[in-house]
Design a binder for this molecule. Sequence first.
Ligand code: NDP
Length: 498
Amino acid sequence: MSYQGPFSLDQAAAAFLDRAPALYIDGAFIGLEGAARIQVHDPATGAVIAEAIDATAGHVDEAVRSAHAAFEDGRWRDLRPADRERVLLRLADLLEARGEAFAQLETLEQGKSINLSRMLEVGASVDWIRYAAGLTTKIAGRTFDLSLPGGPAHWTAYTRREPLGVVGAIAPWNFPLMIALWKVLPALAAGCSVVLKPSEVTPLTALMLAELATEAGVPAGVFNVVTGAGAVAGSALTTHPLVAKLTFTGSTATGKAIGRAAVDGLKRFTLELGGKNPALILRDADLGRVVPGLITGGFLNGGQVCASASRVYVETPLYDDLVAGLRQALGGLSIGPGLDPQTQVNPLASAAQRDKVASYLTQARQAGAEIIQPIATPDQGYFVSPSLILDPPADARLVREEVFGPVLNIVRIDSAEQGLALANDSELGLAASLWTRDIDQAMSLTRRLEAGTVWVNSHVFIDPNMPFGGFKQSGLGRDFGVDWLSAYTEEKSICIAH
Ligand code: NDP
């Protein structure tokens, strides 16, 4: 398999596509002649560019056993923290140096703009690796004064944070490289071993990342990748008895299934799930910031972002100008394949996702919503035109469910209080934004919005040093920040009589 399209590829990206993708177990690619395969498509055309292995439960078992053996013999967790840090810093340097191959492969399998792949999948990922590397040398416990009666004259008690063991990491297809790293990095920094299952839609960069990690000095068996279907490989990973912790980003439905499986085995778990994120625009907001802010906040990566704005509540005096501004801004974007750096609107990741988004639009149209689509889509590929849905009926499915596409609902409100009530009227609570110049409103509403992240006068910006995760059914636990590793370690109390 290889890429036959009109763009010339970086040599390393082309060479990777020319090799048949394998599983990455115990520090090497395992070819598995005759194994079942899953086709990987170029979303810009629908052409098949690679065939990844459709791993069985037996393959997952092999990967988990490799990770477990690597954990047990201490080849990674017993390194000096400064040595684990050095390896991760080397990984960051390698990714930075080879970034173009990763960026191109990411755009080829996922569809996003090459500019976004360079800036986020590679550029931001490098920052995240360096941040996590720094945490390896900051793992610490606490000491305690005890009030135990009698016994010896002195007691000393303290805690250690110890790596959990094998981490099963399950990643989605919207930011395949960056989100895979968000799962793998805290595990590696804490001293755990990992088995990563990328989405079957976008398996390629995870495999290349594991190979790069070995080159950086991550010992064999510490970072394994199994490709394959969620229902088989993913499920085998979530139920494997040697997996101590599950970390997952994806839909709320799958997250709940993984949570149930985790509880069954009393595995630790972290879930970053869906969002139905409101943007609340008050009458004093600066439309000069709101319009570009919502173009990014709502349409970055074709809206395939868990924290994307999807429900806009705008006070009536700004409604018409906001709709006109968004329509004009969207109309000025150019649409085409992600490998063309001149385009800003690119295909969705899969035919299934395109069809899913289209079905939400059809249902909203049938329910009487007005839909504005300023850009025509090409004939081939998984494109959906960026869409503004004006005052959708409250019972339209796209009002309540995560669409995960370039679709922004715009609803007029009469007051900030009404907007707040509508914004909070969701089972999900991942993120929200508030647009105002009034500091009192900002301070009050940021406290009352039910979301794990609230932006004021921006939307969708995240940083390794800012904790990220969901309220309500948007997840469990937090990624990033100085406490990132705590969910990948177990706290042990040690009590010494002396
Ligand atoms: P899923 O949540 O099902 O997939 C995410 C990951 O979980 C993939 O690696 C998938 O594998 C894996 N998976 C699926 N089923 C299981 C299982 N039973 N056990 C273990 N792992 C499993 O998302 P979908 O790809 O089905 O997308 C559906 C919708 O989910 C989207 O339309 C969007 O609304 C939402 N979504 C949200 C994301 C977010 O970041 N909040 C990210 C991705 C999707 P495989 O790819 O092989 O199915």
